[in-house]
Write a protein that binds this ligand. Structure first.
Ligand code: ISE
Length: 301
């Protein structure tokens, strides 16, 4: 579906799909069994709720909503349905080096996790505001921190460098200091214009060692008194395998019964932390995130 029918038709021609120009019509069509939402962020919550109301499994790209209130509406709709229908597009869960890091932590190889360091390096796509950087981009790192550390984030402190001094809400570089509910600490670093490409790095320090993701698969070239390694230009190239695995595993899971990836609760709690970050932007101080009881619907299976 696309509001640009010609563009939708061009994609459909390549894969024998039907074309829609209206999301509600697509979601309501009895021939449609499941929905992947990759529309602009502002439409995610209402479209996810429409899928829930239609009883259709939905893979909703992050962020699940653009506000905590809309995120809560998605949770309420799923609670009313009484079953999990929503998966949120935190696809780093399907990235091999992130999954390997999670397994290493689960085996206790570095003991109790003491700190999380996330680096999110973007090439310039467009000038973002600090609010967009948090809700659209850093939302990935917020989820990675919760997921890999196995703990909720209880306090944040945001500092940033505007991309234009006269536009105070513009964002060129940001650092978010984290405190976790279990006493661990961390930082998220966000770069909106790296000057060299796209890079995502996670490093976790534990009691008996530290572990860091591998951010490039490309060979290291030694030539002409230099050592160099290619860096992916942007996120589609860096995470192409993870996106494909995310969708295939989601399709297989919903065919079996229900989604088994990041849930609407993960989508909601990431929004709670993002909202707390924006409160820190407003106050210029560390801000506490409201602690919340996880509904039984989202208990680990
Ligand atoms: C984009 O939507 C993504 O999901 C990318 O992973 C992230 O790096 C980028 O900043 C977002 O805009």
């Amino acid at each position: 579906m696309d509001i640009d029918e010609a563009r939708a038709a061009a994609v459909a021609a390549g894969c024998g799909a039907s074309v829609y120009t209206d999301a509600a019509a697509l979601i309501a069509d009895p021939a449609v069994e499941a929905v992947l939402i990759a529309s602009p962020d502002a439409f995610h919550a209402e479209q996810a709720i429409a899928c829930i109301d239609a009883g259709k499994p939905v893979l909703c790209e992050k962020p699940m909503a653009t506000s905590v209130a809309d995120g809560a509406r998605v949770l309420q709709a799923e609670a009313a349905a009484g079953r999990r229908l929503v998966q949120v597009g935190f696809m780093r869960v399907y990235d091999q080096t992130h999954a390997d890091l999670r397994d290493l932590l689960a085996r206790g190889e570095i003991g109790r996790a003491l700190s999380f360091r996330g680096q999110h390096v973007n090439p310039l796509r467009r000038r973002a505001t600090i609010d967009e950087a948090i809700v659209n981009s850093l939302i990935h790192d917020i989820h990675s921190a919760r997921w890999l550390m196995g703990a909720e984030i209880s306090q944040v402190f945001v500092q940033w460098v505007p991309s234009a001094p006269e536009q105070s809400r513009s964002a060129r570089y940001a650092i978010v200091q984290l405190a976790f509910a279990d006493g661990a600490i961390g930082t998220l670093e966000w770069n909106g214009d790296s000057g060299y490409g796209y890079e995502i790095v996670v490093e976790i320090t534990g009691e008996t060692g530290s572990a860091r993701t591998v951010s490039h698969g490309s060979p290291v070239l030694r030539q002409g008194s230099k050592v160099s390694q290619a860096v992916t230009p942007d996120w589609p190239q860096r995470f192409s395998r993870a996106y494909i695995d995310e969708v295939q595993i989601w399709v297989d899971a919903v065919r079996e019964g229900e989604p088994n990836g990041p849930s609407a609760w993960d989508g909601y709690m990431s929004l709670v932390v993002a909202d707390t970050c924006i409160r820190s932007v407003e106050s210029g101080l560390p801000e506490k995130a409201a602690g919340m009881e996880r509904p039984a619907l989202y208990n680990p299976r």
